[in-house]
Design a protein around this ligand. Sequence first.
Ligand code: THU
Length: 221
Amino acid sequence: MDHKEMHLYDAFALMRDLLDTHDALDLLIKTGHARFVDKSQLFWVVGSPSLFEINGSRIRNEDILELVQKAREGQENSYAPHSHFNVGAAILAENRLRDQKIFSGCNIENAAYSPTLCGEITAAAKAVSAGYRRFLAYATVGGFDDSMSDELRAKTVGTYVTPCGRCRQFTKEFDADPCMVIVAPDEGPFLISTLEFLLPAGFGPKNLGVDPSLYDRHAVK
Ligand code: THU
C-alpha cells in the first residue's frame, strides 16, 4: 500500500506525516501528491511521446519542457521594479473546439503595490480572453534580477516559486481537473503537482453549478 492510499484509511498516518513535515511541500512529496523530476528524466522518442503522470493527471514530457520554456520567455517581459522579483508563467489551455494553445505571462507590478498582477494571472487572462477556458497544465518560474545582492539571490536559487494563494484560486476557476502545475527553479529538478493538491477542498465554479468551459454569453437567458 503506498503512502497516498494509506491516508484514505488511516487518518493517524496523515497526522503523523503532518507533524513530521517541515512545510507543505514536504507533505506533498511524502503523500505522493507532488514529485521532483529532473529535467534529464524528461525525454521522448520521436513517434512515441512518453507521458508523465501524477495523481491521474497526464501530460506529455515535451509539453512540460515547452511550458517551462514558454514561462521563461514570459519572464523576459516581467515588470518588477519594486520587488525585483521576476516571474514568468505559461498555461496550456483548451477552447470549446478542443484546440490547445500555450499562453505566457509575467508579473506586472504597480507603484501602489496592491494592484500588482502575478505572472499566472496575466497568462490566465490572456488564455481566457482568447476563449481558452480549460487549463490543462501550467508552469511558473521566478527569481530576483541582477540588481539584488548575491547573498539574497543565493538564498532563493533552487527555491520553488509555487503559485500564491490568489493565483491558485484564480486558476481553479478554469481547472480542467486535473490541471498539472509545474514549478521550475533556475537550478535543480522541477516540482510537479496538480492544482487540486495545491488548493485542497477549494471553492470553485462547481459549487455554483457552473462549467466555465461550456459558458457561452449568447446562450445566457
Ligand atoms: N508573484 C507572482 O507573479 N506569482 C506568484 O505566484 C507569487 C508572486 C510576483 C508578485 C510580485 O510582483 C513578486 O512576485 C514578488 O512577490
